[in-house]
Structure formats: C-alpha cells, structure tokens
Design a protein around this ligand. Sequence first.
Ligand SMILES: [Zn+2]
Length: 433
Amino acid sequence: MLIQRASLLDGTVADIRVSEQIVAVGPQLATSPGEQVYDARGGTVIPGLHDHHVHLRSAAAALTSTQVGPADVHSRQDLARVLAAADIGSDGWLRAIGYHEAVAGALDREILDELSPPVPVRVQHRSGVLWTLNSAGLARVGLADHPDGRLRSADHTWSDTLTRNEIGLAEVSRRLSAYGVTGVTDATPDLEVGDVVKLMEAHRHGELDQRVHCLAPGKRILHDSDLDLAALTAWIAERHADGAPVAVHCVTAAQLVVTLAALRSAGGHPQDRIEHAAVVPDGSLADIAESGATVVTQPNFVTERGEQYLHDVPAAEHHELWRVASLLSAEVPVALSTDMPFGDGDPWKAMRAAVTRTTGGATVLGADECVPARQALTMFLGSADAPVVPRRIAAGQPGDLCILRARPDEVLNELDSGMVTATVIAGEVVYDR
Ligand SMILES: [Zn+2]
C-alpha cells in the first residue's frame, strides 16, 4: 500500500510504500496500478509500537473477570457484595482479579469461604504471581486439604487442571491495534511450549494481529521468601550455556540485588533482561549497568498505583520506584511496557506517566525520573529481539506502522492513543478509525 502525505517525527513530509517491509520512503511516490492508497493528510506516521512486557492470555481472561482491586472495592463487606454480584464463568468459576491487601487484608481460604458465594472462586493478587482459592475452588483443582488456599500462578500442579478461556484474544488484539501496537512480548513465565505454539498460531490465523514473542522458558519469577542465589546463578549459567538469554522478574530491592549477584557470577548474555525493576536503590544503578541487562519497566504504575505508594513507601524511597531517567543516565538500556492486564494496556498512558510521573492524585513521584516525550515514545519503538534499538521509517524496516491524525509536535505534546487513526502490520491495515 501507499501512504501519502505522512509527517515523520523529524518533521519531513513523505510518502511511504509498505508491504511486509517498508519498500520506499520519498516525496510524492507514484501510485502503482491496483495499489491501496491511504492519505495521512500530514498526520504523523511512526513505527508501530511494541509493548515489551504483556500477558496475552491473562489479558483475554481479564475481559471476563471481576475487578476487586482498591480502585473498585473498599472493604471486606464491599468485597462480599462484589463477589455475590459477580458473573460465574461457563467453566463454573468465579474469577476475580486485581486484589491488594489494601482492600480487606491478606486473603486465605477461610476468609474467602466467608465472603464468597458457594461456587469455585479464585482471586488473583494484582502482582499476578499469587491466587487465593476458596474451599470449593481448592476441591475443584484437587487440593481440598490445602492449608491456606494461596497458590502461586507459576505452579502447574493446580493451574493445569483449569480449562483455558480461549475467547477474548481477538478482542485484546483489536484493542492493541487501536493503540497503534503492532508487536508484543509475552512475559508470562509459566507458558509451556504448547501455549507458545498456540499464540504463534493465533497470529498466523489472524485472531491475533500483533507479532508476538514469548520470553518463556527464559523468564523466572522470584519470591522474597525463598531467594536462592545459588539456584538462580545455576539457572542463568545453564541458559547462557545454551546460548539463550534470561529475563528475571524483580519487583523488590532484594530480588534485584540477588539477580545482579547471580548475573555477576554467571556472566551476561547481550539479550538478558530485568523485568519491572520496580525498586532500584541508588547503589544498584551502577551494578545494573555493569550487568549489561536491559531493564523493561512500567512507569504507568506511578500513575496507576502512585497513591498507594505515597501511603505505603517512605518519602525517602519514592525516587527508587519505577525509575527511568536515572537508569538511562547510568547507561542502562531501558525499554518501556505496560504489563497488561496488570497495568493498563494503553502504552500512550505509560508514556505520559514516564513524562509527568504524576499519581492519580496529581502528586509527582520521583521528579528526577521524568523523561522527555520523544524519549518515552522511542522506548516503545524497539523490537522483540532488540528492545532498545528503535525501528525507523526507512526502506527495509518492518512494514508495521502507526498513523496518527496530528502533527509530530502535537503527538508528542499529548501522547494520546485517541490520535491513532490507523495501524498497519506487515503492510496490511489492521485498524482504521
Ligand atoms: Zn508481567
């Protein structure tokens, strides 16, 4: 297809011929017979966004789950009311997500039995790593005698007994296309080979338009209660011996410090990643840079969870949360992402959060970590294989584009997904407002 009158980020106006790859970029390219023509009318055209850390299956399941996070539920009685009113899935489960202790304290099977209807119920913590099941749910997954009903997401002994919700992936894809997202990296740690193949097939069959890359089996979650430096080091060394990188999930300072120690012992792979880096103490900046790992972080949580942080985290540590600018200054490679569905899947909101770092209540959290709009945008333009190398509008680059209705200065000023008018993947229009 031929895109006419496109404003590029550097201000030049050009036509773009695109198929699987970008074929040509230049002023007033001649149309070919039968070619689809799209007039961008001076609107900005950028490479399609790549969200470097998402969870596609969870995002699909979230569409039919009940939200029980602090934004929606405010007390124990409130939680009981919301669970009583919730839809039961066709699989017989009541699936609730986004839970945090701020709602009604720590959950266990007994508390859930009191609060929930007498059907199998599972409630996911908003961190995504932990579920709490009620007694009916525990019986359903064959763990009737489980002591507290708290089960890890990555534990296959129970999650394999659940039937997957296969609906919803197309809807997730449609929403991503409307944001101008043309590729995603699925960071789910417990995906098995079959799951990865299914996602690839969903892309090939057109249910999922976005290009998809999966980190599994090179992704590992850490838990503060059983940090094991020797085991982590051995796993990293083993992956590297196979020529493969690792991605380690670090949401606490302790997890980061142990991961950096393990990377130091095992040595690095150029594509190693640290996911989240939600808390980076001052003393760890140089160590991350030395590790060579890319940090894939989510500044959107400053906006989405900032009020909670103001309440829970001492002021002296606010600058350690979801850092971006100081990582870049320390020459750490950084890519941005949303962690959809645990974070809002709109990458433009994440860019705005990286620029303003304002909480829901408009407090600025870690003002020194703000980055310019262009930088925030660029950190969504890498690819799965090279997250910090921005793709460009140039011949030979992938034919994945995001077309916006405004000029570049306005796009950068607003960073608003409402400006996306069309999305092109491999030369095909997958979204057209
Ligand atoms: Zn995640």
